[in-house]
Design a protein around this ligand. Structure first.
Ligand code: ZN
Length: 211
């Protein structure tokens, strides 16, 4: 039987990196937020069945679909950032590889078939507990169209990229790195970090969006 006295309890108001959770997904009992014995971070713990609900970063995977000197961008039909442009990208699903995720997202959002090539960038987004991976990809044909999450799908040359209308900072970063490499004629592999917004105190949303 689970013994709650072995835990040091923490109030839900404390400065915790944990996302909100109310009930145990194993047995349905209300969970408590506490630091389990031998651990160092607050976790949602079930007082009935003892399950510790670990929360870990999510992986977001995207593709840079290339066609000649153009890349394919999608204009988002969903929040967050409805109406803004992005590379095809999204959360990994279970039981797929990162390359499969990049190809799947490109098919879902742009109805486009790609051959995934090199991993181009790894972008840490620690303030929302995400890791973004961006692959280069070769567009196999021009038979693309908006998927259900896109308003519009278009090829852009570098000079036409709508920099002020890019949905997320990691996408802007990946595209900047991409065009810098392309101008040098040598594509590398990049590791970078998106810092938390500065200025006013930043409170992560309960269910972090892709930034
Ligand atoms: Zn439980």
């Amino acid at each position: 039987m689970y013994n709650p006295t072995s835990f040091s309890h923490i109030s839900p108001q404390s400065d915790s990196p944990a996302l909100s959770m109310n009930y145990c997904s194993h047995c349905g009992t209300a969970v408590t937020l506490c630091i389990p014995q031998g651990d160092s971070l607050p976790r949602h713990v079930c007082p009935a069945c003892g399950t510790i609900h670990y929360q870990n970063p999510k992986v977001v995977v995207g593709a840079i679909p290339e066609w000649g000197d153009s890349v394919l961008l999608c204009r988002r039909a969903i929040e967050p950032r409805h109406g803004f442009w992005t590379l095809p990208s999204g959360f990994m699903e279970n039981r797929e590889t990162t390359a499969e995720a990049a190809a799947r997202e490109t098919l879902e959002e742009a109805c486009a078939r790609v051959e995934i090539s090199r991993l181009f960038a790894l972008i840490d987004v620690p303030h929302i507990s995400q890791v973004h991976l961006v692959y280069r990809a070769r567009l196999l044909d021009l038979d693309f169209a908006p998927g259900s999450e896109s308003l519009e799908v278009r090829l852009f040359r570098e000079q036409d990229i709508p920099w002020d209308e890019i949905a997320f900072r990691s996408i802007t970063m990946a595209l900047r790195l991409y065009y810098a490499d392309r101008s040098r004629g040598d594509y590398g592999f990049h590791v970078d970090t998106i810092p938390a917004p500065t200025g006013e105190h930043y409170t992560p949303p309960p269910d972090p969006p892709f930034v």
